[in-house]
Design a binder for this molecule. Sequence first.
Ligand code: XUL
Ligand code: CO
Length: 441
Amino acid sequence: MTFFKNINQVHYEGPTSTNPLAFKFYNPEEKIGGKTMEEILRFGVAYWHTFTEDLSDPFGVGTAMRPWDKFEGMDLAKARVEAAFEFFEKLNVPYFAFHDVDIAPEGDSLKESNENLDTIVAMIKDYMKDSKTKLLWNTVNNFSHPRFVHGAGSSNHADVFAYAAAKVKKGLEVGKELGAENYVFWGGREGYETLLNTNMQLELDNLARLYHMANDYAKEIGFAAQFLIEPKPKEPTTHQYDFDVASGYAFLQHYGLQDVFKFNIEANHATLAGHTFEHELHYARIHDMLGSVDANQGHPLLGWDTDEFPTDLHTTVLAMYEILKNGGLGSGGLNFDAKVRRGSFTPEDLFHAHIAGMDSFAVGLKVAQRLMDDQVLDNVIDERYQTYQDGIGRDIVEDKTDLRKLEEYALGLTDIQHQSGKLESIKATINQYLLTTFTGE
Ligand code: XUL
Ligand code: CO
């Protein structure tokens, strides 16, 4: 069955194309710094937002018009798989990602849920044989069902911990079956509302126990995917345990998990934490913990996770700069954890949105590569920290000094010469690179 009847294969047509169903900047075969755009960007489609989401919000029902709406139950799940692989092919994306409940409905028991999952996983495996699209990552939804009202791995109830663990076990088996390159843990309800009824110590210890058990089981079954933690500071809980990369890294180190995990960094989660997207990427990169990216953007005027498709070019430039500096994303990718707006309810909008996101990151990539090649930011930073190149600065960074010697040095100082940080000039240069990359000047 064909679901997207009016949509043909999406091709690259170049910056002057007026075809809304063509790429203007994303040219999968074009080489940037020795690799193709497709190899560097590793785009992924998020199953939940594109095939499961109905665009409801707290004030209104779903508005999405989907060609698979007429089906129900397992027939709906099967229709979605068919539609998904048609979508992947028409959009020419190399990856997708899902939660267990996105692909198969939960049954009346864990056993029945697992059986539903087995049926759909077998179908997906079959489709993957004839498709170039691979599984970037999978995960399990341990947050939507009422049983997870007080958390999953950090629940106050041991039975819920066991249930969550059983779902993770199944998720790892599914990941192995479909060749997932990564496995994600987003702590949906791993956090708390109030300390008045919370044993934080036990909850954190248990969460770490679950991650250790997952690592042991993945090893046991030969599932070699990279494990990823996806930090988010709040929503749904008031205090999420994986607040941001820095706090997540402290948690991983404390529990001896720092070699097991890297981070899946989501742009909108970064901004909710009061950081920029590039801050989170940078923090992960300098600790060798950058694993993958949930590519979206928040709304600057709204304080929650709006999961918009990324279109802000300044941000994609700075994000791609971090990713290039990292030497790429390894087994990670740019997964569009993004949903069309409630008013963009047609099937075509799903294509428009992904094309917009892919083009925005392609622009970011091209500009970031030029900034790297010309060492624009490297030069700024080298110059700004030049006092550490020799003299007392060099002694400091080579650990050849101490407080006594530094006092002696400071007592002899008469005048400290500062240089301008030149922020406005740097920003203007980035704008210049953004514009001239596409005007050929
Ligand atoms: C929620 C979120 C999740 C994770 C996967 O904010 O980002 O969709 O990416 O559980
Ligand atoms: Co996400």
